[in-house]
Design a binder for this molecule. Structure first.
Ligand SMILES: [Zn+2]
Length: 111
């Protein structure tokens, strides 16, 4: 999946970080500390978008206006070495599927 999205910067980054860690990236449900956490990932289409957002939690807005929070990994991280740049954290397989489908449908993303 490759992303080319408008990154919103309308919230302070600390608030975004805390929110990303504790909420499902798709349905916004608060994640239980003990509960399941499922991650999915994407890559920026433009390398400059990766460089600009490296190490930050960013907020993407889908065409429907729905915001999605994601974490952009740092360049020395194991995730980056595996080709993952943008991490989404969701509460269930269903949310993962819905998120992937919505991003593909609305933003012309591809695997
Ligand atoms: Zn969810």
């Amino acid at each position: 999946m490759v992303v080319e999205l408008e990154v919103m910067r309308n919230r302070p980054s600390e608030e975004r970080n805390n929110y990303w860690i504790s909420h499902c990236g798709w349905c916004d449900r608060e994640l239980d500390e003990e509960g399941p956490r499922i991650a999915t990932h994407a890559k920026f289409r433009e390398p400059k978008d990766y460089r600009k957002n490296e190490g930050l939690v960013v907020e993407f807005t889908l065409a429907t206006g729905r915001p999605v929070l994601a974490y952009v990994v740092t360049r020395n991280s194991p995730a980056k070495r595996e080709g993952k740049e943008v991490l989404f954290q969701v509460c269930s397989e269903r949310c993962k599927e819905e998120l992937t489908t919505a991003m593909k449908a609305e933003l012309d993303l591809f695997d």
